[in-house]
Design a protein around this ligand. Structure first.
Ligand code: NAP
Length: 275
């Protein structure tokens, strides 16, 4: 029986994962933003489900939420940084404030929870931190650069953290889902306004396709939840776990192209040391 701390359990991956863990008898502290949602989560499986109010951009609240769970619910075995959203808009058209908001939730929100939980996990020399990044933390699409920036950042933080805490008995995994049927491209998506006509031929069809695909994505969040249960039960969890056939194909293609480019430019790259 594990104790989980999962951010963003109102819908999508967070909700599916919380339900799957509760179903097998684990204990889940899940974060939600409204009191009504918090109370409803508490009532899901009395004694096993604990709703905690948290906006992940309120960094001190994250520390308090983790302390409350550790002290009154149980030692956290698995932290899942799931809360997040996407911003749609080109790099040039997106105001800097939108970058800040995106990073505040997707990056700094996760870092606050990580910093809050690590003292407890270090003391116990055990724990697993699962950061829900995205295939968009490894590959990119035009019009999602702000989101990619945040997910690439969380990928880098996850990978470095995995090296910092491995000898302390703590595992870290970046989970990289492809397109799954959640609220991500629906109510949660922040759609920036398009103001520069030059980008429209490229971006307008992509924006339309993404909106039309919402609710029809191939990935099933319940199956993602089951994959994450397998991940946390593994004695040797990976540092990266792509989820979905689309994520696998896009990531493999990126690795191949990257490798080919590195090889093609090797003579230039390798001629830069002092003689
Ligand atoms: P979702 O159904 O929209 O769920 C997002 C969750 O994050 C909701 O519970 C939401 O709470 C919460 N959240 C957002 N901002 C928050 C904040 N400031 N503080 C606290 N909670 C906040 O979408 P999802 O797809 O399950 O998203 C979960 C994670 O998966 C995200 O990090 C997303 O980037 C990632 N992801 C999704 C996909 C996909 O295709 N679905 C693919 C790759 C990665 P509210 O209900 O209060 O808004």
């Amino acid at each position: 029986m594990k104790t989980w701390f999962i951010t963003g359990v109102s819908s999508g991956f967070g909700r599916a994962l919380a339900e799957a863990a509760l179903e097998r008898g684990d204990r889940v502290a899940g974060t939600l933003r409204s009191e009504e949602q918090r109370a409803a989560f508490d009532a899901l499986k009395p004694g096993l489900s604990l709703g905690v109010r948290l906006d992940v951009t309120r960094h001190d609240d994250a520390r308090r939420a983790v302390a409350l769970v550790e002290e009154s619910f149980g030692p956290i075995d698995v932290l899942v940084n799931n809360a997040g959203y996407g911003h749609e808009g080109t790099i040039e058209e997106t105001p800097l404030d939108e970058y800040r908001k995106q990073f505040d939730v997707n990056v700094f929100g996760a870092v606050s929870a990580i910093q809050a939980v690590l003292p407890y996990m270090r003391a116990r020399r055990s724990g697993h931190i699962v950061n829900i990044t995205s295939m968009g933390g490894i590959v990119t699409f035009p019009g999602l650069g702000v989101y990619h920036g945040s997910k690439f950042a969380l990928e880098g933080i996850s990978e470095a953290l995995s090296k910092e805490v491995a000898d302390l008995g703590i595992r870290v995994t970046a989970v990289e889902p492809g397109a799954f049927r959640t609220e991500w491209a629906g109510r949660s998506m922040n759609r920036g306004s398009a103001s520069i006509a030059d980008y429209e031929p490229l971006f307008a069809p992509l924006r339309k396709a993404r909106a039309e695909r919402s609710g029809k994505q191939p990935g099933d969040p319940a199956k993602a939840a089951s994959a994450i249960l397998t991940l946390v039960d593994s004695p040797k969890p990976p540092v990266h776990l792509p989820l979905g056939t689309d994520a696998l194909a896009f990531i493999r293609c990126k690795l191949d192209t990257f490798s080919q480019e590195v090889t093609a430019w090797e003579p230039v790259a390798s001629a830069t040391n002092f003689d």
